[in-house]
Ligand binder design. Structure first.
Ligand code: CXF
Ligand code: ZN
Length: 364
């Protein structure tokens, strides 16, 4: 069928084109897209820091309604509302252990550009195969996903468009706190970075009952951090982060920290902010980044754990419905980060994602 898709054919460019979308194959679903968020990993692909070759349709925070199911799909049916998320192989030890974020094949699944059978589902009008991202390519009016990365949610279509970021950014930030850290009620946490991921981490810290929630922000996100639960804010560009964190925590440092800035040296600063036996988690990705860390005194004697976390340590089938429940209860007001754009405005939305907009949402 012919669909409209935002195709990237060269670095930094996106343009809406008519493309041919194939039928869903075994285990796949055709989804009529309702909306898609824009995440910084889309930029990494479109700007080619992550090398999926062109042409490609990016987008990996899609939401929509299942229109058709391929052979063997048992858990979804036409009419189901779904949040699309990251794919995983389903058969490796990590997937079998309900840790799909650690799938043995995750890099290929997310950034290999193809579906599981090694082929694409989209073709340009001039007959070129169009690569996919996260096996969804949500910057299009229709998408093909696997039954495993399309998560059925109990919301109507109007609500659905507000929840795009549950598929990636919010899952990443909230999951790092709720699944990876599992903070003790009454504990302290510092969140580095007040973009969508960090702000979701702040919402989650409040849900978990952290009593001291320190938001370290740059030019944006301070107001939202306070609104979502931060008890203190630090301007990371102007203030001495370590000194302020120590001051707020009576010289002890924080029990937990989440680093979401994308700036590798912040990982080192985070470790300087930790209390004894603290857990410091980074979700920021900079391929090949190396940062000097002093094993002593930053790690050993204070018994600090420095951990990585991808896609919020989430098993999306369980965690995304849980995030929806928290949203419905008013505890995860992710929609407050959204700014909505028409599909025709996708270039503007993409550029604004690098500016002050926390979560641009393309509505189809
Ligand atoms: C991605 C970040 C790069 C590694 C895989 C997961 N998450 C979100 O965009
Ligand atoms: Zn993402």
């Amino acid at each position: 069928m012919k669909v409209q898709a935002a195709v990237s054919r060269e670095k930094g460019k996106i343009a809406i084109e008519t493309v041919e979308l194939a039928e869903p194959k075994a285990g796949e679903v055709l989804v009529k897209m309702v909306a898609s968020g824009i995440c910084h990993t889309d930029s990494a692909v479109i700007e080619q820091y992550l090398p999926i070759s062109f042409p490609i349709v990016a987008g990996h925070e899609g939401v929509g309604v299942v229109e058709k199911v391929g052979p063997g799909v048992t858990n979804l049916a036409p009419g189901d509302r779904v949040v699309l998320t990251f794919p995983s192989c389903g058969v490796c030890d990590h997937c079998q252990d309900a840790h799909p974020y650690s799938c043995d094949d995750n890099f290929t699944m997310l950034f290999g550009g193809k579906y599981r059978d090694g082929t694409t589902r989209m073709k340009t009008e001039d007959g070129k195969d169009v690569n996919t991202m996260f096996m969804q390519s949500s910057f299009a009016t229709y998408a093909i996903a696997n039954q495993d990365n399309a998560i059925k949610v109990d919301v109507d279509v109007d609500e659905l468009k507000k929840l795009c970021s549950l598929g990636c950014g919010v899952q990443t930030g909230a999951g790092a706190v709720l699944n990876r850290m599992k903070p003790r009620p009454g504990s302290s946490i510092a969140v580095f970075g007040c973009g969508a991921v960090g702000l979701a981490g702040i919402m989650a810290a409040k849900i978990a009952g952290c009593s001291t929630i320190i938001a370290i922000h740059g030019s944006k996100g301070r107001e939202e951090a306070l609104e979502f639960g931060a008890t203190h804010t630090i301007n990371g560009r102007k203030e001495d982060i370590v000194a302020k964190v120590k001051e707020i925590t009576n010289g002890k440092g924080v029990n937990y920290a989440l680093e979401s800035t994308g700036q590798p040296p912040m990982a080192r600063t985070m470790l300087d902010c930790m209390a004894k036996e603290g857990l410091a988690v980074t979700v920021s990705v900079t391929a090949g980044a190396e940062v000097p860390i002093a094993l002593e005194p930053q790690i050993m004697n204070p018994s600090v754990t420095f951990a990585g976390c991808v896609e919020g340590h989430s098993n999306p089938k369980v965690f995304i419905p849980e995030l929806v429940r928290l949203y419905k209860e008013g505890k995860l007001p992710v929609d407050k980060m959204n700014k909505y754009y028409k599909f025709e405005e996708i270039e503007k939305a993409y550029h604004e994602s690098h500016g002050g907009v926390l979560k641009p949402i393309i509505v189809f």
